[in-house]
Design a protein around this ligand. Structure first.
Ligand code: ZN
Ligand code: FE
Length: 255
């Protein structure tokens, strides 16, 4: 019997999202990243849940800053990226590409997605058709390249793009409206993008989250996944796909 999992999402800090994932069969509960220990404690109390795990996508303080406070309170097991384990406070288990992470009866596969940081990982819960993508991909956007190269980030985004299109993507930030403005500046002829930008504007004016998104929506309207075609349309011929991505990323950085 597959009972699946429940996901509780809540705003943290300025524009982060916190996520609690509860495996229904076992009652195991994971915080995916720890932007704000107090906000996570509040969400746990509201649900009446006990924290058993922390899953970290990368070392940035708005993703791992609450680790130690939560571990002290709950004794939870911290699972994080092997590639940057030294920078993940309280880490118990280091994981990388292909590792299985078990949360009760639910399980995730780890995908290495270097680019935003060099050790960044994504947790893909195939049985629940969702992935926690940290700061690798955002709705109509992608993470800034603080540590990795455009070639690395393009390879990472390509792995996400190869997941089943119905996969829900839980991004770590509400950057969608600003991302839409940039996307329209390079891909304004894309009718799906124009429709989505209008829908996002309406959702935000009602105070609604635009996360999670789905891979299908991103394939249609994310300018970074669509970089090779957009570059051709902009008259930039002869670029390798990762070079096209680099060009779009550079334009976003300057936007
Ligand atoms: Zn980050
Ligand atoms: Fe972040």
């Amino acid at each position: 019997l597959q009972m699946g999992m429940i996901i509780r999402q809540f705003p943290c800090l300025k524009d982060n999202y916190g996520f609690l994932v509860r495996d229904e069969a076992s009652g195991a509960v994971a915080a995916v990243d720890t932007p704000d220990a107090l906000a996570i404690e509040r969400a746990l109390a509201e649900q009446g849940w006990r924290l058993t795990h922390i899953l970290n996508t990368h070392w940035h303080p708005d993703h791992a800053g609450g680790n130690l406070a939560l571990k002290e309170r709950w004794g939870c097991r911290i699972i994080g990226p092997a590639g940057e384990a030294a920078r993940i406070p309280g880490i118990d288990e280091e994981v990388s590409e292909g590792a299985r992470v078990q949360l009760g009866d639910s399980s995730a596969r780890v995908i290495d997605t270097p680019g935003h940081t060099l050790g960044h990982i994504v947790f893909h819960f195939a049985g629940d058709a969702c992935a926690f993508v940290g700061d690798t991909i955002f709705a109509m956007g992608c993470g800034r390249l603080f540590e990795g190269t455009p070639a690395q980030m393009w390879a990472s985004l390509s792995k996400i793009a190869a997941l089943p299109p119905e996969t829900r993507l839980y991004c770590a930030h509400e950057y969608t409206q600003a991302n839409a403005r940039f996307a329209l500046s390079v891909d304004g002829g894309n009718a799906a993008l124009r429709r989505r930008a209008a829908a996002v504007k309406a959702m935000r004016s009602r105070g609604e989250p635009t996360v999670p998104t789905t891979l299908m929506e991103e394939l249609e309207s994310n300018p970074f996944l669509r970089a090779p075609g957009i570059a051709r349309a902009l008259g930039l011929g002869g670029l390798a796909d990762f070079e096209a991505f680099a060009e779009i990323r550079k334009r976003k950085d300057a936007f």
